[in-house]
Write a protein that binds this ligand. Structure first.
Ligand code: PMT
Length: 223
């Protein structure tokens, strides 16, 4: 068993996709499986942290000893995170792939094909940015985001670190098919405003253990 050095800490971790309803039978979502966020939750729990896992729809069981709040939409995720952070958080990690947009109006009835048109348009509106909102209104001592990018990975990740008011950002090249979304392995670069770490490509469970260690070390240099 791991050393219980995170006893007394509260970690709030988001995982999985969000699901934005179009009508009663359809939705907008993405390929996140939840594996990365669940692995982080398990790794923090193993060191004794109280972990709240705010999860979009996944096929995964909640890791043992972790409290899971199951949500669907980005708006639900923000509400659940606010609830979770009523118990002040030491660390927040946004591993979820939050949909950036939702339907302006969810159709009350199943939308019908119309006979005379081969096209249809949906009007979308921006979702709240969960992590950026939390870092402004009730930040954890250490705010950690992910950045899923398909090009200029490090540069875009750095700009998200700043824009979203984060302490650390974990850059994930999701153009690669051997890592990232739904894979069992991942490779990332962790960035603070002036430092950078690149753990090896490995199973998400092993990587999560290293990331929890890295975050814990970073915390200790800040306080
Ligand atoms: O779930 P898996 O299949 O294991 O895959 C893992 C992963 C690839 C989903 C994960 O490692 C990852 O990269 N998660 C972030 C995905 C993402 O949507 O990144 P982003 O660059 O769009 O968002 C940047 C950060 O802002 C993230 O911490 C995200 O959770 C957060 N965000 C984004 C939009 C939004 N409206 N609210 C947010 O909080």
């Amino acid at each position: 068993p791991a050393i219980q050095d995170l006893v007394g800490q509260h970690w709030v971790i988001t995982a999985g996709p969000t699901m934005e309803a179009i009508d009663p039978v359809r939705y907008i979502s993405n390929h996140s499986s939840g594996k990365m966020g669940y692995a982080l939750a398990a790794a923090a729990q193993a060191r004794g942290a109280k972990v709240t896992l705010v999860s979009g729809p996944t096929n995964l069981d909640a890791p043992q000893g972790v409290q899971r709040l199951a949500i669907k939409s980005a708006e639900d995720m923000l509400a659940a995170c606010r609830d979770a952070m009523a118990t002040p958080a030491d660390v927040f990690i946004g591993a979820a792939a939050v949909a950036d947009f939702r339907m302006k109006d969810i159709a009350a009835q199943k939308m019908k094909k119309t006979g005379d048109s081969d096209e249809m348009q949906l009007t979308l509106v921006k979702n709240p940015d969960v992590i950026a909102t939390l870092s402004q209104e009730n930040a954890a001592k250490c705010m950690v985001g992910f950045a899923a990018e398909t090009q200029d990975v490090i540069a875009y990740a750095k700009s998200k670190l700043q824009r979203k008011g984060l302490d650390l950002i974990i850059a994930n090249d999701v153009s690669r098919t051997d890592i990232g979304f739904n894979n069992d392995e991942n490779q990332v670069t962790v960035l603070s405003k002036d430092q950078q770490w690149t753990p090896p490509k490995e199973a998400k469970a092993a990587l999560a253990v290293e990331l929890v260690e890295l975050i814990t070390q970073y915390q200790s240099t800040q306080s």
